[in-house]
Design a binder for this molecule. Sequence first.
Ligand code: GLU
Length: 486
Amino acid sequence: MSVRVRFAPSPTGFLHVGGARTALYNYLFAKKHNGVFVLRIEDTDIERSTKESEDQLIDALTWLGLDWDEGPNVKGEYGPYRQSERKYIYKKMAEKLINEGKAYYSYVYPEEMEAIKEKLSKEGKPPHYSYELLEPYNTEERKKEFEEKGLKPVVFFKMPRKAFSINDLIKGPVTFGEGAIGDFIIMRSNGLPTYNYAVVIDDMTMEITHVIRGDDHLSNTLRQVALYEAFGVKIPEFAHVSMILGPDGKKLSKRHGATSVEEFRNKGYLPEALVNYLALLGWSHPEGKEILTLNEMIENFDLNRVNSSPAIFDNEKLKWMNGVYIRQANLERIVKLSKPFILEKGLLTEEQFENNKKWVTEAIDIVRESVEDLSQIPDKLETFLKDFEVDLDNEELTDFLKADGVKSTIKLIYEKVLNDPDWKVETILKNIKEAMKESKPKKKPFYMSLRKILTDSFEGPDLVKTIHLIGRSRVLQRLERVVAKW
Ligand code: GLU
């Protein structure tokens, strides 16, 4: 049977990195096995689900490049792919269970259910519902009352009193002991299914072969397995992926910084970097390779290599990886992606950006060498554009300037630039070389002084390229200010 997997988010907020990793593992598994990756929107929690959140989820998954083969906006034979559009299926299947005596109607109110639980616990019994306990509420009077109020009877599933076990592909064998839970609701009085029931109906009717999801759902698996058995269908394989923790060992949350795909996107992370990082958050390449193309991930993905213990979200590693991807990406793409950050910072206007594309492209190419995300690009570009007056009393600079030949070389460079209108990288290099040959400065103090005078910093990218980007008039102005004082 061919592999069919699904990612089934509830549209109640942004796509969390944990969810994105679950989607990615499903995607990789599907691709690896030439299977089908389904996107299903689990929107039966009407109070918390929003269309806006569904759009955001779809947008985030699209941005990550995790395309699905079937889903709300991609035709498939197993639709609809939104739970809110599948109510008729849940109803029909619940009736089937009722007809087979595996489920039953109950006209009980939530408060009464609470009262039953309380009574059981007072009697020292486990708080489990059963047909015997609920049946007395099914009076004719109560049925009429429900009808008048437009309520539907709740449907309870008769939980078999026996143990259940699964062989989880990540966790290994998991057994749920006998009598762990009692009968449970599968259809509510508002006519909507409960989560555990809807998931089973969907996975069953969509012929899902492998359920790969977060291990926060492991306890739900008991109810789900019991339902599969009741329907007499093949139970899918389960693979429960462990949680993602922050560096302090607590569940990854806002306190640890960005946690949603949207936040990383807005901070200037590249999708391929986030995908690569998330792939390694719990899974590893057989040869320990870290920078991986999507194809390498697909080829090597194996649930056997997914760690059963929690993964620690390491922001520093993600930043490093993003930097690697920024440096190796197509330059035009990086320029385009950096534009909003540059405009937002007010560094350049849209017009300036577009009219100086060549300069902008060159400048971004050299500053991308030292950034971790695209939001850092504007600050780096500022070096070339800002106006400043270097502090000649700076202790380090005064020391460097005292070294043999430093001041005279800088003076010579100033003169050469002044007399040479040609402003190419090669000409700048030639002028510097000639000045050095004539004045023979001590190298390190010379380079440090020149950089500090021209950029107000002792470090930065390639100096000659930097000088070229600063532009002839600004360079002359910066040199003149200091040379005039000597
Ligand atoms: N809708 C569930 C969630 O967002 C996922 C259910 C599942 O994967 O079985 O957590």
